[in-house]
Design a protein around this ligand. Structure first.
Ligand code: ADP
Ligand code: MG
Length: 226
């Protein structure tokens, strides 16, 4: 177990509602090891985003443990979670969440500088990464001037710019037409494979999920093999 990058141990998460609390996760277990690419498939409302947010240290579970690189992160405060997230985890959202006022290049430079990399080094790496995913001629474009597929490529590159060990993606192709989705998935897969990352990718696309190492689903708040 010690080589696990991500370990979820009986993770529970409930939300307060006007009526009884809504129990979304009811004891979810998962172990992700380096190089593993795992698909997460479940209907809308099943708790995929909740699970990814907890795995990505964007929020804490109500109960249970979240270990990232062997470190128990389940009771860290915001600052502690942010510190682990910055160095270890990359996150790709369904809607790119790029900074609209900044170019593609700046969107990839900034998170590196926040992590302490010099501007000149961050620029070299951002240029290389964006060029490698076919965006070498789009470096100075703002997100609004890019296509949906290009925006997601920038978002993926941004997520891996700080060389995380774990990549989490929440329906990264959910907003794209099938052909574009295929291309973006291929980009994601190549980057994950080349970097030897562990990745957990929520998707509605069964065909893409079938090309991952294994697929899990959420059933009554518990993760089971799909
Ligand atoms: P999925 O990503 O699989 O569609 P979510 O994790 O977004 O599922 O949501 C799971 C359930 O939890 C849904 O019923 C949703 O309405 C509810 N939910 C999610 N976030 C909150 C929140 N912050 N407060 C209350 N309920 C929430
Ligand atoms: Mg969701």
């Amino acid at each position: 177990m010690s080589d696990a990058i991500l370990q979820l141990d009986k993770v529970r998460r409930s939300y307060k509602t006007a009526e009884a609390p809504l129990e979304v996760l009811r004891g979810a277990d998962l172990t992700l090891r380096p190089g593993e690419m795992v698909g997460l498939i479940a209907p809308s409302g099943a708790g995929k985003s909740t699970l990814l947010h907890i795995a990505g240290l964007l929020e804490n579970p109500t109960e249970g443990k979240v270990l990232v690189g062997g470190q128990d992160c389940s009771r860290l405060d915001d600052g502690g979670r942010t510190a682990v997230r910055r160095t270890t985890i990359g996150f790709v959202y369904q809607f790119h969440q790029l900074l609209p006022e900044f170019s593609a290049l700046e969107n990839v430079i900034l998170p590196q500088m926040i992590a302490g990399v010099s501007r000149s080094k961050a620029k070299v790496r951002a240029t290389e990464l964006l060029s490698a995913v076919g965006l070498g001629k789009r470096l100075d474009h703002r997100p609004a001037k890019l296509s949906g597929g290009e925006q997601q490529r920038v978002a993926i590159v941004r997520a891996i710019a700080n060389q995380p060990k774990l990549l989490l993606a929440d329906e990264p192709t959910g907003n794209l037409d099938p052909t574009t989705a295929e291309g973006v998935f291929k980009t994601l897969q190549d980057l994950v494979r080349n970097a030897g990352l562990a990745a957990l990718i929520a998707t509605h696309n069964l065909e893409l999920a079938g090309r991952m190492d294994r697929v899990v689903t959420l059933k009554d708040g518990i993760l089971v093999a799909a």
